[in-house]
Design a protein around this ligand. Sequence first.
Ligand code: PGA
Length: 234
Amino acid sequence: MSKIIAGNWKMNGTRQELIDMFDALENLPTNNTVILCPPYTLLNMTTPKNFSFGAQDCSTHDNGAHTGDISAKMIADTGAKYVIVGHSERRQDHNETSELIAAKAVKAIENKLIPIICVGETLAEYESGKAFDVVEDQMHKSIPAVKGEIIVAYEPVWAIGTGKVATLLDIEKMHEHIASVLGKIGRDETAILYGGSVKPGNAAEIMNVPNVGGVLVGGASLKVDDFVPIIQAV
Ligand code: PGA
């Protein structure tokens, strides 16, 4: 089955770096859905075929006096198809709550973008055995009731940018749990991505875990030599 491979460039990337990535991806044979989420400054560039852009965040407003913010409407206007909401770096650095993230996801859906809604527990929550409850609570509060396609990304906070990856068994159990919560809220068809230190060497085994619909890749999506083998891993 085809997978979703999303690259989150975070606050990295110049025009030339994006051009180099696109040169490498232009004729890459893959049946997977490839999404690149560069900074807003690069969203207006033309993407190769079978390749989509996503943004890394959006405002809860459509327009107006909100200096520095970018709306889902503006992102859709660039031709992007996706937007990440609720990444743990935004939850931590900008004190974003799950309720705020749900409001952003609503704006995304209203503007025909697919929100990639991120959830995941901290190390302390993992170690105290609370991961399932934390993620379920984040899901109930961050996933809006409005109809429309969404993607959920499970990213244990302690695995992001640390080189530590959750075990395949942990990933399997959490994705099964997320799938069951999605079933309860009538969203069985939702793809669930895993994120956190995904690399060429572990991408295939992670994507072969049941209920893993693909991966959200940070650091390794910045380098052609890492991102290409991840796209081609399955
Ligand atoms: P990482 O980041 O792959 O660098 O761990 C993942 C993410 O934050 O989406």
